[in-house]
Every structure is written in C-alpha cells, then in structure tokens.
Design a protein around this ligand. Structure first.
Ligand code: IVH
Length: 673
C-alpha cells in the first residue's frame, strides 16, 4: 500500500504540479482503485494523507471561522510604467539603497486566495482570505483539490537538524495561494451545466468561487479546481532567505508553483516582463489579471513592512480589462445535440484584446431576463482569455426606446417542432426527433475525437452530409458509398476513398468510446469508461436495469435512469440495430481475454523490435494489465528490449521477473491481432 501510495503521489505531481503526466487516466484510475480496495480491506493501514482521501465528506451546516496566524494582506496597485518605477523608487528610498533592488515577478492569478495551515507536515486547516485576519474554514473542500498536498515533508532544515538539538516547539507553516479553474475545464463544466439546464458560471473565477463555497465537499470534489501557491504566511523554523527560495521550497514540497515566475535585477526588467506576460495572456490555460512584483530578499521585505494592510514590498500591476462595448444587432437561437436552445447575441464586430468578436453567448432565457438584454442594446462584453465572449451588462443610458425584448421561439428555428421547457430547468429544448440541427450536432459528436474519432469527418462534413440528406442518424455513416459521397460539393475521388477507409477503420472502437459516442444524456467520457468496465458489451449495457446501472461506481439514479431510458427508446434501438448490421461492434475479442493479465503491472525498458512502446502498453491494458513508468514494489514484470536502461538494473536488484520480447509476446498470447 505504501508503494502504491508513493506511485500515485508521484503521478499526481506529474499531472497537477508539472502538467506532464506519464500515464493515462485509465492507468491512474486503476492504481487509485487498487489502493481504495486495499484500504477497504485493511482500514487500519490507510494513511490519513492517502490520495484516496479527496472524494469529499458529508455536508456541513455552515463554515466555521478561522483566524489566520499571520494576516493575509492585499496588494497595492500600479496602473502604468511610471507607477511601477515609482514603486521601485519608494522601496529604495525606504531602504536607503542607492543600488537596484532584486525583484521576483509572477503572474497574478485570477482566482481566490486561500491559506493552508500544515502542522507537523499534515494539512490541518484551509481557509478563505475573509477580512484578512479571519477567514472561513473550507478545509473539507480544499482537501478535494488534487493540486493541494494533504501532507508535506518535514521542513528541510528540520531534516538537517542534528538529533541532539531540540525539535521546534511546533512545526507550523501557512502556505498561501490562489485556487482557480483552468479555462478548458471551465468551458467543459459550463457546457455540461447548460446541457443539464443549470445556470452556467459567468467566468472561471466565479466557477472556482462557487465550487469552493459548497457546504457539501462532495460537490467540490467533482469540480476541476487547481491552485498556484505563491507565499508562506507563518513559517516556524524555516531558514529561507529569499522569496525565490520560498517558491523553490514550495515546489519541492509538492505545491504547484507558477512556471512563469522569474527573478530580475531591476525595475525596467519588471516592466518588460509585464508586457511579455500580457502578450502571453490569451494563450495561458488559466486566467491572470496582471503581474505581481515582489522584493526578493525576505530581510528587506521585513524592513519595508506594511502600510494599511498592503505590504510596501510588493505591488500588483493589472492588465487592461478585456472588455468593450458594442451593439446587439440581433439575438439568434442555436440548437444543440440534445435539443437545448441557446440564445446568441449577434453584435457589431468589435476588437477585444486583439481578437474580433461578433457573437456572445447569452446562455438561456433566464440569463437574458436577469441582464435584461434586448435587441438594439449597447452592451459591455467581456472576453476572458480565449473563453467564449459574454455579455456582462447592458448600458441602459444608451437606450433609445427602440430596443426589442427577446422571446424564446415557440417552435424550433431549424425543424419547426415544438419547444418545451421542463419544470425547474433553465433550458428550452426542441422536441423534434428529426431536427436537422440536433442531428448535425449528434453526428459531429458521434465522430469526434473522444468518440469514434473518424478522420476527415469533422463538424463541417457532418453538416454537409445532413444537409444533403445522406444521413438521418449516426448509423447511416456506415452506409455511405463512394457514389453518394461524390455527389457532395468539392468531394474528389481520392478524398471520398480516404473518408470511406477512415469510416471502415472506425468499426471496431473500444467499448467505452462507442458508449460515449451514442450521446446518452449525462454520459461523458468518464462515465462511459466506468460503464465499459462494468459491462462486457453494448448489448449487456442495453439490457441493464436501473438497479444494475446504479451499482456501477459513480453512477447515480439520474444517470442510471437516463441510460435505461435511452435503450428503451424504439428509435434508438433501431439505430443500434443498424450499427450492428453495418458491422460496428466494440472490440469484444480483447475483452474476453481480459482477465488474463488482470492485476499484473508491467514496466518497459529499452526498445521493442516488433511493436512500439505505446502499442505494447495498449496490448497489456486490453488484457486487463497495467503499465507502470518506473519499477516499484508493485511491478510484476519488467519487459526488457534493446538497450535497456536503469530500470532493468533496478528490476534485477528487486528480484522482479524479467521478460525478453519473445517471452513477453508468448505471455500475451501471440502479440498483435
Ligand atoms: S502575493 C502580501 N502573488 O492577488 C502579498 N498574490 O490583489 C499577498 N494573487 O490577495 C499576495 N496571484 O489573492 C500574490 N502571484 C501572486 C498572486 C496574488 C494572485 C491575488 C491574491 C491577493 C490578491 C491581491
């Protein structure tokens, strides 16, 4: 269990701290599941800081109050290069320094400040900033965030301390950072919320705030939160001398520290850094709203002190907001895969932060009502990084009285079917089974990357095929012929052949992708994986009762009902049947042998001659085995190819069974299909 824990923690740090995972999500899940199983069987051996302890706890009535050991200050702002230079002059005047002061420059993360108190290496309390002295106790929520270590190694200097010296009275350290949600994760979350008829979050920061303020930490656990840590509050017994050392120490203890941090030797470099980061802003996967300049030397920080709750040794330099005003020329409605109608503002094109914007989502009728957006209104729009632009507010002073309120159409703009809105849902839906817009979106989903992944069949082609009447449901893709394709605009011989070949290759998808491709409501990639693990085939899944579905990990009553409902729908059964007849079937062959390597972990070293590393890995996994990146106590086999490296040495030392390529192929039953 200890080895497994260490392995999981290692992969956590690869993923959350360094953004460079070495194993797939499925492999990671397997490791985690193994640990959960062991902890259930041997609860007395479960460590309090085990990576399994992040799933959330029963809800609270309210958050408690926590006093921070050291106050959480806020930052003074500088709004121009001149004000940045003024900050530098002030620092030097105060320090009586003729020479330059060294600074650390960092991106200013747009999230929520938190304080993490560790006692003897264990996370004890996590709190919001509150009024700077007292915050709210959100420990249970913060414990669910993978990037926050539940335990940190004892302080470095403590480890160096001689046995004879007295240990520090209490080993307490406050780590400070910003909790945020990355843009991509935010988009996914909002998309799901809209699909499910919930109100979307306005921006990643609100999404992070809403997620952190949950009394039920099990909800927080499902939200994709992360952190960047940038300071230490109280640190009893540390011997760190500079802010740069603080950041290095934080990273070495397992905290996520922003990779763009730099140490610079004069204020002009800070100004150049500001412009560099501003230019980079749109490309960053998370939102920032400026940079922070900090005096590097902690002794100098101490001498500078604070004035009215802001330190004199640091300053925030905000970027101009990515906001503009423009005119709403029209409000149109888009129809999604599940029939949800999304109102979209069509605006007079305007440049915001270097990008021309002419459309902004209005989410749903409730949002339009809440903001009172009308056609003809002048509105403030906001583009946060590359997130879809949003209407922030209406400039009411600009109204002429000519503006027209928007009302959701009663019939679908694409197919004229009735539009309905269920009790308690924000979303309006088109109920038309043959709605071309829904069909287009469903097909686009069916062939998309995480689904059947058909090369050359993107959104545009899907729309073209639907418009030409060549396909009426996803199964029709497999009934396409060269003649039919050649009738399409700008479709040449060669591209038709390529497309048909790609379609043919997609006939044997892994089960989880086929399940995901069906577009069952509430069944995302993760849920599809769980279902594929639990059911041997699509037929078995289709036959499952709600009770059986509910017994699958992570599947609740709502999702179970949605799946069962999907397979009761005659039209869907028709499509399933058509797929089968077209020869589309999940790779069941591999699954039948599935048990043969179950529970076995392989590590590869050196080059294999008959297949690539990733093919070998896929083979092992298809037979139920796992592939580790390094030799640990849980490794069962080390497969040694040409020019094997240090892993082979380690495996020999640890007495692990070593297989050459031939023996490996024999073990997995003859190699490739
Ligand atoms: S240092 C006394 N560094 O900005 C110094 N703050 O406007 C305390 N923030 O409350 C903060 N990124 O929530 C620091 N790299 C960074 C930051 C950062 C974001 C936030 C933090 C703070 C606020 C001040």
């Amino acid at each position: 269990m200890e080895a497994l824990r260490a392995e999981i923690l290692y992969h956590n740090s690869r993923y959350y701290q360094f953004d460079s995972p070495e194993i797939s999500d499925a492999d990671y899940d397997r490791l985690l599941r193994e640990l959960i199983d062991l902890e259930t069987r041997y609860p007395e051996l479960a460590a309090p800081d085990s990576p399994t302890q992040r799933v959330g706890a029963p809800p609270l009535d309210k958050f408690g109050a926590v006093a921070h050991l050291a106050p959480m200050l806020s930052l003074a702002n500088a709004f121009s290069a001149e004000e940045i230079r003024e900050f530098d002059r002030r620092c030097r005047r105060w320090l009586g320094s003729e020479t330059a002061v060294r600074y650390v420059v960092e991106p200013k993360i747009d999230g929520l400040a938190v304080n993490l108190l560790y006692e003897r290496g264990a996370l004890r309390v996590g709190a919001t900033r509150g009024d700077g002295s007292v915050g709210e106790d959100i420990t249970l929520n913060l414990r669910t965030i993978p990037a926050i270590p539940l335990a940190i190694p004892r302080l470095e200097n403590d480890a160096d301390r001689k046995e004879s010296e007295a240990p520090p009275v209490s080993e307490r350290i406050e780590v400070r950072g910003e909790v945020c949600m990355e843009k991509e994760a935010f988009r996914k979350l909002n998309r799901r919320r809209v699909e499910e008829g919930e109100v979307p979050f306005a921006n990643p920061r609100n999404a992070a705030a809403g997620s952190l303020r949950q009394l039920d930490s099990r909800i927080t656990a499902k939200r994709p939160l992360t952190t960047f840590c940038y300071a230490i509050g109280t640190a009893e017994g540390t011997l760190l001398r500079t802010h740069a050392e603080v950041l290095r120490a934080l990273a070495s203890w397992g905290f996520r520290v922003n990779p763009l941090v730099e140490t610079v030797t004069d204020i002009e470099e800070c100004i150049r850094y500001y412009h560099r980061i501003d230019a980079l802003r749109a490309e960053l996967p998370y939102e920032i709203d400026g940079i922070v300049i900090k005096v590097d030397d902690l002794a100098l920080q101490e001498r500078l002190g604070a004035v009215s709750r802001s330190p004199r040794w640091a300053v925030a330099c905000k970027f101009p907001a990515l906001r503009e005003t423009t005119l709403v020329e029209d409000i149109i409605v888009q129809v999604g895969r599940t029939g949800v109608l999304t109102p979209v503002a069509v605006m007079r094109p305007v440049r915001v932060g270097g990008v021309t914007v002419s459309r902004a989502t209005l989410h749903n009728q409730d949002e339009i009502d809440r903001k009172d957006v009308r056609i003809g209104d002048t509105v403030v729009i906001q583009r946060a990084g590359d997130v879809i632009p949003e209407v922030v507010e209406v400039v009411k002073d600009m109204r002429t009285g000519e503006e027209r309120p928007f009302v959701m159409p009663e019939t679908c703009p694409e197919c004229n079917s009735r539009v309905t809105r269920s009790e308690g849902e924000a979303a309006h839906r088109c109920i038309g089974m043959a709605c071309p817009a829904q069909l287009r979106e469903r097909i686009a989903h069916f062939v998309s990357r995480g689904a059947l992944d058909i090369e050359g069949l993107g959104e545009k082609m899907a729309a073209q095929l639907v418009a030409a009447g060549l396909i009426g449901d996803p199964a029709d893709i497999f009934c396409l012929s060269k003649e039919k394709l050649l009738g399409l605009e700008r479709m040449a011989d060669k591209s038709a052949e390529n497309l048909l070949a790609a379609i043919d290759r997609a006939k044997r998808p892994p089960l989880d992708r086929l399940i995901f491709a069906l577009g069952i409501r509430h069944v995302g990639e993760q849920t599809a994986k769980r279902l594929a693990d639990a059911f041997a085939s699509i037929n078995a899944l289709a036959a499952a009762t709600v009770e059986e579905l509910k017994s699958v990990r992570d599947i609740g009553p709502e999702v179970a009902a949605s799946i069962a409902g999907f397979f009761r729908e005659p039209a869907n059964l028709g499509v399933m049947d058509k797929l089968r007849r077209a020869g589309v079937n999940a790779r069941e062959a591999a699954r039948q042998k599935a048990a043969s390597l179950a529970g076995k972990t392989f590590v590869f070293t050196g080059t294999l001659s008959r297949m690539s590393r990733s093919e070998a890995k896929a083979l092992v996994e298809s037979l139920g085995g796992a592939v580790g990146s390094s030799v640990t106590k849980t490794t069962d086999y080390c497969v040694s190819g040409n020019e094997a490296g240090s892993k082979l040495e380690k495996a020999k030392q640890d007495g692990i069974t070593i297989l050459d390529e031939e023996t490996f192929l024999a073990l997995i039953g003859g190699g490739k299909e």
